[in-house]
Design a protein around this ligand. Structure first.
Ligand code: TIU
Length: 229
């Protein structure tokens, strides 16, 4: 099984490709488009769109290699039965999950706004995990899916850096998975919080994982192609 070396902070990683998966977190209209949940919380959704082109490039490379790709969506069934009250009542009525919005009910499964944007749409056969929490392991089969495929390493893309990506990286670390965040493939509604989350991940010698970018990953994969020839 080929190995890939990726320059990263705080130090490079060398991972077996067969033990490595790509997780694309919550690239949903509700977060990226101007009329969804992100905007309702007072955020500038425009800041997230710069992730689209690098995620497309990384997805294309991962698919070419046959890497395990997982997409996630944050949301709840129409009756909000798995949405903890704390996730609803922290905001005024009208700004809550389940409230009507221009793209359908906010973060409700099956509504238009809950869907993944077309630019990074899952291919038929790729796993799409619906998650009720910020962390992608919480009340999902992600842990089992990774273990049954022998996956130990996660390449992390998606939104937002400081919320669902950060929560997932922290959970991955506690569950014994390595996580490397591709910094141009993640974005936050706040550039300051984006930087702070990434710095926290790599602090203390990589306390939660690693940070690199799509160019470094893609260059590593090209070297691999050359080595294999
Ligand atoms: N609000 C915010 O930054 N993010 C979320 O609520 N969910 C995700 O990050 N997916």
């Amino acid at each position: 099984m080929p190995e890939i070396t990726i320059p990263a902070r705080p130090h490079p990683v060398t991972w077996e490709l067969g033990q490595t998966a790509l997780i694309v977190i919550d690239m949903q209209k509700d977060f990226l488009y101007p009329d969804g949940y992100g905007a309702l919380l007072g955020n500038d959704t425009e800041l997230l769109l710069r992730t689209v082109a690098p995620i497309q490039a990384v997805l294309a490379a991962a698919r070419k290699l046959g890497m395990f790709v997982v997409h996630t969506r944050e949301g709840h069934p129409a009756d909000l039965s798995d949405c903890p009250p704390t996730k609803l009542t922290r905001w005024p009525p009208g700004n809550r999950i389940g409230d009507p919005g221009p793209m359908g009910r906010i973060l409700v499964q099956g509504e238009w706004g809950h869907g993944i944007i077309d630019e990074v749409a899952p291919l038929p056969g790729e796993i799409v995990l619906d998650k009720p929490g910020k962390n992608a392991f919480y009340r999902t089969p992600l842990d089992e899916m990774l273990r049954e495929r022998g996956i130990q390493n996660l390449l992390v893309a998606g939104v937002t850096t400081d919320v669902c990506c950060f929560a997932t990286v922290i959970a991955a670390n506690d569950r014994g998975f390595n996580a490397l965040v591709l910094e141009d493939c993640v974005a936050s509604y706040s550039p300051e919080r984006h930087t702070a989350a990434l710095e926290t991940i790599v602090a203390q010698g990589g306390i939660f994982g690693w940070v690199s970018d799509s160019a470094a990953l893609l260059a590593g994969l090209e070297n691999l192609d050359a080595d294999e020839r």
